[in-house]
Ligand binder design. Structure first.
Ligand SMILES: O=C1O[C@H](COP(=O)(O)O)[C@@H](O)[C@H](O)[C@H]1O
Length: 261
């Protein structure tokens, strides 16, 4: 069952990143306090990396017990280890290298020079097995119960590496897939599927900048998930769209009335 999206609109992308980072710190601390540990799924892209950089700069980051945090990824560009375009490489630069994480709990997606070589489908199977191994049996799910799953929204409404009208967005069985012929480089990627995304407690979608305005308006105006994958991304208990005013500019007025002059 989908949860109705909640919208929070910030003045600009810097404030959005800072506010999202503060929100994420609170969520992680609350989860660690309630369950002993927390699990977060990271996204690549400008807004995801902006959030991580804001988190690195936030004094309250020291409230997080970094050793009791599992990090997963929603998608990865299937490139060699340490390639600067890999989402994990960019996340390490933005935040991960500056906090005391437990390396065993940093679950990067496989690289194209890993044990499966350039076979993205087999690499996706390996990541699915790693997720399944961390899933709680009582939840009867193929993936762990993520506390927060972050997603950047592309200008074409893609989330993770699920692109409009692409086969991956129609996947209903697998939790992780190899993506081939992606319209955004690189063409080969690994991605969680919509069913895996929807198993998260909370899904937070991030979009800033006017190049995201059409995508945000389309995804929140009743578009189908095949045409607008972001429309199919929701959490079990909460779906939060974190926007800046430029990305919110073309939303229907009943969703986001413009401020009075
Ligand atoms: O390639 C990707 O792009 C999306 C969106 O990135 P953005 O720079 O337009 O915000 C990102 O969410 C995804 O993780 C990444 O692989």
């Amino acid at each position: 069952m989908s949860t109705a999206p909640q919208l929070v609109v910030h003045r600009d992308k810097e404030l959005m990143a800072q506010a999202a980072a503060a929100r994420l710190i609170t969520k992680i601390v609350d989860a660690q306090s309630a369950r002993g540990s927390a699990s977060v799924v990271l996204t690549g892209g400008r807004n995801g990396n902006g959030l991580l950089a804001a988190l690195a700069a936030a004094p309250a980051r020291d409230a997080v017990d970094w050793g009791r945090l599992d990090l997963w990824w929603g998608d990865e560009r299937f490139l060699p280890e340490d390639d600067p375009e890999r989402n994990v490489t960019q996340a390490r630069e933005a935040l991960l290298d500056s906090v005391p994480l437990d390396p065993a709990r940093v679950h990067a997606m496989p690289a194209s020079d890993g044990p499966r070589g350039s076979d993205a489908d087999s690499a996706a199977e390996d990541y699915a097995a790693e997720l399944a191994g961390a899933a709680q049996p009582e939840n009867h799910s193929a993936v762990p119960a993520f506390d927060v799953l972050l997603l950047g929204v592309g200008p074409d409404t893609h989330v993770a590496s699920l692109f409009p009208e692409h086969p991956g967005v129609r996947e209903t069985e697998l939790a992780v897939i190899g993506v081939h012929g992606a319209p955004k480089p690189p063409p080969t990627r690994i991605s969680l599927t919509l069913p895996a995304i929807r198993s998260a407690r909370e899904v937070w979608l991030l979009a800033a900048g006017e190049d995201k305005a059409n995508a945000v308006a389309m995804a929140l105006s009743g578009a189908g998930e095949v045409q607008a994958p972001a429309a199919g991304a929701y959490g079990r208990s909460r779906t939060l769209w974190l926007l800046d005013s430029a990305a919110a500019a073309r939303l229907p007025r009943d969703l986001y009335p413009p401020a009075s002059p």
